[in-house]
Design a protein around this ligand. Structure first.
Ligand code: AFP
Length: 280
């Protein structure tokens, strides 16, 4: 795992450089989810493949940007990653990120042993989580300093909810309204890394990406995005659900690029989600 941490530091520095300077044009390709790939998505994917693929403990790499699993060697770790989540926001200069889930033997929720994300923002930060969520920040000497262990409060103040509102269910509408009625404040940038990072650092709140009429399984991908963040939120003392489940770790993975409705937050907000969603 130490080798993976050092690899993540290298990846963070190299992709941060690309985010600053690579041209923002599109390629001719689409990824599995149907998004047209930016040159930046492809470049970020290449950097990660090269650096993680050289680690002997890594057996396979699974990228959100690729259809196929890349076999690497005889190790026992499978790393699933989203190379540049929120990349469509680089043109407006908002924070974006990379997300990583390190699975033992094969991809399955309970095999997730470590997860991490990098935030390319005004500062270069990383959260790496095994037993606890640890925040690191790049210093002037080009090294990452350990800053602190992140913990969520029982209840927060922020409410970040995604997807097209005209497609929300009545249940979701009521949930969101009830939180605003309690005094929660809206925070949503459209890059889950930045939005979840904000809630985690500000001590709590709710991030939700619900099912909609046109996307009953919502948008966010289980393997690359949802489980790595669920791991971090639960280790930080928060909770997660797909609306009904006790935890997002109860999900069954049938397809690598599968998506799911998802909710991450402090314990209070997730209990409110379950109360509203149990009525469906
Ligand atoms: P991009 O990587 O295409 O910018 O999408 C970002 C993302 O996957 C995730 O980071 C956001 O939370 C979510 O999509 C935003 O989607 P909506 O605009 O539908 O709320």
């Amino acid at each position: 795992m130490q080798e993976i941490k050092s690899a993540l530091e290298k990846i963070a520095i190299q992709i941060a450089d690309e985010v600053k300077f690579t041209d923002l044009g599109y390629t001719q390709n689409q990824n599995k989810t149907g998004d047209t790939q930016l040159k930046l998505d492809v470049k970020s994917d290449m950097i990660i493949t090269e650096i993680l693929g050289a680690i002997p403990a890594v057996k396979a790499l699974v990228s959100e940007e690729k259809d196929e699993i890349l076999d690497c060697g005889s190790g026992n770790l499978v790393i699933a990653y989203d190379p540049l989540d929120g990349s469509s926001l680089v043109d407006v200069n908002l924070s974006v990120g990379s997300i990583f889930g390190v699975y033992e033997n094969e991809i399955s929720p309970r095999n997730l042993k470590m997860s991490a994300y990098i935030v390319y923002g005004p500062r270069l930060e990383m959260v790496i989580c095994e037993d606890e969520a640890r925040l690191y920040r790049l210093n002037r000497e080009g090294k990452f300093d350990f800053i602190k262990v992140l913990n969520l409060g029982e209840k927060g103040k922020l409410n970040a909810t995604g997807a097209t509102q005209k497609g929300w269910s009545e249940t979701h509408r009521k949930l969101v309204k009830s939180l605003f009625d309690e005094g929660y404040r809206l925070r949503y940038s459209g890059a889950m890394v930045a939005d979840l990072h904000q809630i985690l650092l500000k001590g709590g709140g709710l991030f939700s990406y619900p099912a909609t009429t046109d996307a009953p399984n919502a948008k966010l991908r289980v393997t690359f995005e949802v489980l790595p963040f669920a791991f971090i939120y639960e280790r930080a003392g928060g909770a997660t659900t797909d609306g009904k489940s006790e935890t997002l770790f109860d999900l069954k993975i049938e397809k690598i690029h599968q998506t799911t409705p998802c909710f991450f937050g402090s314990k209070y907000e997730i209990s409110r989600v379950r109360e509203f969603y149990k009525e469906i």
